[in-house]
Design a protein around this ligand. Structure first.
Ligand code: MRU
Length: 374
């Protein structure tokens, strides 16, 4: 995507040809700054401190982390150590495990002298693949926005989204926001309600930044406004991303997503989830088994923003000594999901629906190919 007239991906190689550049997302929307990461430890810290975040980007960043580790020491022991270090950074997005396992499979069978080249090539392939998968999600999801546009008549299609599932969460384009960009670029009038997404406010700081930079009309709303907006007929469809989707279509996404799905169901508003195949955990059936990340109390008791003097400051919003709970994700059951928008097309949120698009997983899902047609 373009920032200040220049095309950026969220992750790319530095001009030295080996270290990694990322956009520091903790500074947005106030400062656009690149960070250079030159070791597996720096990559692990960038993921856990959320310098980079969003399921697909976490996966690709971890892949480059493994490449940096192999460059420093290509032996089996270092490979295993790097895999463990990176896998422990964030628990919910399955893209992390998927990316690390794919890197191991690409690198480990080769002699140490060849591993560095293999690792960088695989990480680059994963970055390219993520960008092209997100573009495909945009093309498939466009049909949903077009259908809503036909129902909306002359007014813009009104879409509600939660957290940030745009290009900043991926390598390019995004998942939930890819169909929005595709529709906007195709000349379909769209308007996006953006949940602020406490506690870290990824909606307010990242989604608003992205959509505004691309010229998509958007309005920030508090996390609790969605139900009211849906009751009043102000939302045509909800579009959100996913950090982990089970094989039967239960969806883990940023905390608060489930409440939006409940409100959408009560008000007859379609609730679509956009995700690449890398976000599907074929080993899990029930969303209750998805590990939910618990983050620090400070993210709840404190808020960061720009003060009236212009400096970015952190302020406390609760009485001293307040205890806070901070589950970072929740699970929306498949029965509340209207459809899953993937790079291969649109699936019913069910095991049969997903296996119809990903038949190579039919065995793992316990379905015979004949049962997969939806
Ligand atoms: O904690 P974050 O900011 O990494 O959470 C991000 C989300 O929940 C996104 O909606 C999700 O990763 C889907 S991304 C394209």
């Amino acid at each position: 995507m373009r920032i200040g007239g220049r095309h950026y991906r969220t992750i790319f190689l530095h001009e030295d040809g080996w270290s990694v550049q990322v956009i520091d997302q903790t500074l947005l929307p106030f400062v656009f700054e690149l960070r250079r990461l030159a070791s597996v430890e720096a990559i692990a810290h960038a993921i856990s401190a959320m310098t980079v975040r969003g399921a697909p980007l976490i996966g690709v960043t971890a892949a480059y982390g493994l490449a940096l580790a192999v460059r420093a020491a290509p032996d089996d022991q270092s490979l295993r150590h790097a895999h463990r270090l990176l896998a422990a950074t964030r628990p919910t997005a399955v893209n992390l495990r998927w990316a690390l396992d794919r890197m191991l499979a690409a690198v480990a069978p080769h002699p140490p002298s060849e591993r560095c080249e293999r690792a960088y090539a695989e990480a680059a392939a994963m970055a390219d693949e993520d960008a092209s998968h997100c573009a495909a999600i945009g093309r498939h999801g466009l049909a949903l926005v077009e259908a809503a546009a036909r129902r909306a008549g002359s007014r813009p299609v009104s879409i509600l989204t939660h957290c940030n599932a745009g290009w900043l969460a991926c390598v390019d384009w995004g998942t939930a926001l890819a169909p929005v960009y595709a529709a906007h670029d195709a000349g379909i009038p769209v308007h996006v309600y953006v949940d602020e997404t406490r506690p870290r406010n990824q909606g307010a700081s990242l989604t608003l930044f992205e959509l505004t930079a691309h010229g998509v009309p958007c309005t920030l709303v508090t996390d609790n406004a969605g139900g009211h907006l849906m009751q009043r007929g102000a939302v045509d469809l909800c579009l959100v991303g996913s950090d982990r989707t089970t094989r039967r279509g239960d969806v883990a996404n940023k905390i608060g997503t489930y409440l939006k799905a409940l409100a959408a169901r009560d008000n007859g508003v379609p609730f679509h989830v956009a995700l690449p195949g890398a976000s599907i955990d074929w080993t899990l059936e029930d969303g209750a088994a998805i590990p939910i990340e618990n983050r620090s109390e400070r993210e709840v008791t404190h808020v960061t923003g720009r003060g009236v003097g212009g400096d970015v400051i952190e302020v406390v919003i609760a009485p001293e000594g307040t205890r806070a709970a901070n589950p970072a994700f929740d699970v929306t059951p498949a029965r509340l999901v209207t459809s899953l928008v993937t790079e291969r097309g649109i699936a019913h949120a069910s095991e049969a629906g997903l296996v119809a698009l990903y038949p190579e997983h039919a065995k793992q899902a316990g379905l015979r190919p004949a049962e997969t047609a939806s």
